[in-house]
Ligand binder design. Structure first.
Ligand code: F6P
Ligand code: MG
Length: 443
């Protein structure tokens, strides 16, 4: 039997000067400071809603978060979770696993452990700070930022909804070539929509200002791996082979709320309206995550906002989408696994129910940078290693990642391609300027 090549090392803050190092040193403490400020700013609101109890809870949450920031900045050991939330045991098992890694780096700590682990752990502790402190336990500290991103992207949302409603008027008359062109456009809008995340800008404005359709052509050279043709062939074949009892199902593993979510919803609507798919499942986060990730509340809120907008095409979109949810051709799901620290290669073991669910799909679309890191294990891969290999046996169904590069890991490039860009643009992997539409057929 051929030897299985060892996995490369994990990205980590222990590599001084790396993007992980700067993230842990600068950006994560900034995010924690913003969270603390947000709680301060809502003090009066907590008082009005819950009286003294609300203010006391706010104080406790702030002191928990300040302690967390101090632990991070002084590279203290990662401590077990002490709350009783449903995923706590899994987190603590994962800490044991990190402790016992054969070539680990001693006691897990903020700068010594894998970046993916400690970054996820920070968001889980932010969640604990609130969840453990009723009556403010349902407060999403990132909600305002997500709403702001949505409102500041208003013009782009209008442009996209208008374009899409015009397209729907004659979608029945489009031939295959034209349908393919439209799919490619909307895949690209959804790809570049991923530039708009708030953890990347440490919560600063990152809304979509210009029309999302205008500059697509100019941006094609920045798509480093472009497998859109493969996505198209898969969908067309699935449609041909579909029987009355087997629906074509596409799953979108969502990333950020705000403009990116709207771009994903438009893509999902197109898949149904063009009859390329019969149903779309959306997967969101069950707790606030990485500042701008989509929770069930964000998902429903966004659709409601569109539905009640003053703009005819925006509201048409929102109303249709509510209809899709009611009819059951759109389904929203969340699962604890998406907010665990594990990469996706362990999904079949840690969350077999979710893995089995994904196996029912014809195509999985993974949005965004964090999902890419979890797909490929957040490791120091050679750029030219095949995507399939980096997935490390994660193959529930054919899948495609739509990701702008915001962290320094990338696979599946042509030999020399990464090195060439690196020579002229040292920041190419973390600037969000480049993207991939990267497909893997599975087994
Ligand atoms: O470092 C940038 C970052 O905050 C990463 O931690 C993370 O991978 C990414 O941004 C989140 O991006 P996305 O919303 O695309 O998953
Ligand atoms: Mg995100």
């Amino acid at each position: 039997m051929a030897a299985v090549p060892a996995l490369p090392v994990s990205l980590s803050g222990r590599f001084k000067g790396s993007f992980a190092y700067f993230t842990i040193k600068d950006r994560l403490p900034q995010i924690l400071t913003r969270v603390i400020d947000t709680l301060h700013r809502h003090k009066n609101e907590f008082f009005e809603e819950h009286g003294e109890k609300g203010v006391e809870a706010e104080k406790r949450a702030i002191s928990f978060l300040s302690k967390l920031r101090n632990e991070l900045q002084t590279d203290k050991p990662v401590t077990p979770l002490e709350d009783e939330l449903p995923d706590a045991a899994l987190w603590n098992q994962y800490l044991d696993y990190q402790r016992n890694l054969p070539n680990g780096n001693g006691e897990p700590s903020w700068f010594q452990s894998p970046w993916l682990y400690v970054e996820c752990y920070m968001y889980r502790r932010i969640h604990a700070a609130l969840a453990q402190n009723p009556p403010i336990d349902n407060f999403d500290v990132f909600k305002e930022g997500k709403a702001q991103n949505f409102f500041e992207s208003q013009e782009a949302v209008i442009a996209l909804c208008t374009y899409f409603q015009e397209l729907l008027k004659n979608i029945k008359d489009l031939d295959e070539k034209q349908l393919q062109e439209e799919l490619f456009k909307l895949l690209q809008v959804s790809l570049w929509g991923n530039k708009c995340d708030l953890s990347f800008s440490a919560g600063e404005d990152s809304s979509q200002k210009s029309s999302p359709l205008q500059s697509l052509e100019n941006m094609v050279p920045y798509i480093l791996v472009n497998d859109m043709e493969k996505v198209w062939s898969l969908l067309v074949n699935a449609k041909k082979n579909r029987t009355e009892r087997s629906n074509v199902r596409v799953d979108i593993i969502l990333d950020n709320a705000g403009f990116e979510l709207v771009s994903d919803l438009v893509l999902a609507d197109f898949l149904l309206s063009s009859k390329l798919a019969d149903e779309v499942y959306f997967h969101g986060k069950s707790i606030p995550w990485y500042v701008s990730d989509t929770t069930k509340h964000d998902f429903n809120w966004t659709i409601k906002q569109l539905g009640s907008a003053n703009h005819m095409w925006m509201s048409r979109c929102g109303i249709n989408w509510e209809g899709n949810l009611k009819k059951g051709v759109w389904v929203f799901r969340d699962h604890m696994f998406w907010t665990l620290p594990h990469d996706f290669s362990s999904m079949s073991e840690v969350a077999p129910d979710l893995y089995a669910e994904l196996q029912k799909s014809n195509l999985l679309l993974f949005k965004g940078d964090l999902n890419y890191r979890k797909l490929t294990g957040d490791r120091k891969w050679e750029y030219s290693v095949p995507f399939h290999q980096a997935l490390n046996k994660f193959h529930p169904a054919p899948l495609c990642s739509l990701r702008t590069l915001k962290s320094d890991t990338q696979v599946g490039l042509k030999p020399g391609q990464g090195e060439q860009i690196q020579a002229s643009e040292p920041e190419w992997m973390v600037s969000g300027k480049y993207g991939v539409v990267q497909f893997d057929a599975g087994l």
